[in-house]
Ligand binder design. Sequence first.
Ligand SMILES: NS(=O)(=O)c1ccc(O)c(NC(=O)NCCc2ccccn2)c1
Ligand SMILES: [Zn+2]
Length: 260
Amino acid sequence: EAGEYTMKMHPMWQGPLVAPGGNRQSPIDIRVRKSVFDPHLKPLTPDYDPRTCSQIWNNGYSFLVEYDDTTDKSTLKGGPLEDNFRLCQFHFHWGESNAWGSEHTVDRRLFPAELHMVHWNSDKYSRFEEAVMEENGLAVIGVFLKIGKRHEGLQKLVDVLPAVRHKDSVVEFTRFDPACLLPTNIDDYWTYAGSLTTPPLTEAVTWIIMKQHIEVSHDQLAVFRSLLFTSAEEEVQKSMVNNFRVQQSLQGRTVRSSFT
Ligand SMILES: NS(=O)(=O)c1ccc(O)c(NC(=O)NCCc2ccccn2)c1
Ligand SMILES: [Zn+2]
């Protein structure tokens, strides 16, 4: 049952469980029957150029695959978004076991991991650091991962993870097409106004959570768990697992769905 698992959180992150004064915090449980179909929601149109992929690094909380966001080469439009958003990075959250790990849940259902593809509003702001402080600054696509068949596209990423085992390690990583991590159906999603799920917890995010999950193999996810929260110098090494935040209250927000 979800309750007993969601209390586990990032052991290194002694941050606030709830942002002081926050009324649109993330993650949340998506109550399917309480979501409201919005016929005006448009199809989502991601348009990514794999050549903008630059590096992968361990920031001590997750591993991030970073994209060159100095031009409008990898963008996201449509769906609930009014403006053009630029892809800057993607990362994951996962558990120590396959029983939990996702940040969002669907009717309390937990998934072993969750992908976040992070974009910032390049129509209104000139860089991520600026957009992250503004309420229409970010758009994050969330995709649930399930254990099943091996994900061929993910393997290129899994193969390089040992090179970023420790916090602050970075390696060059190029020509990775993030679109390969999206589910086949991206027309069915939930969307709501929320926040970053890690500090600075700013309430800047339009969340777009895909209804359809992707599958990765048990062994692929096991490699995520071989990463460490700690840097090479630290004497006690801590496995990078359970790097998800506890769920936050909806506080009157409506979750819209693009499907009936
Ligand atoms: N998890 S999330 O909401 O998609 C998200 C997206 C973009 C972000 O920059 C962040 N947060 C982030 O990068 N925080 C700086 C690093 C960090 C991560 C965790 C705790 C403290 N500091 C979270
Ligand atoms: Zn995240």
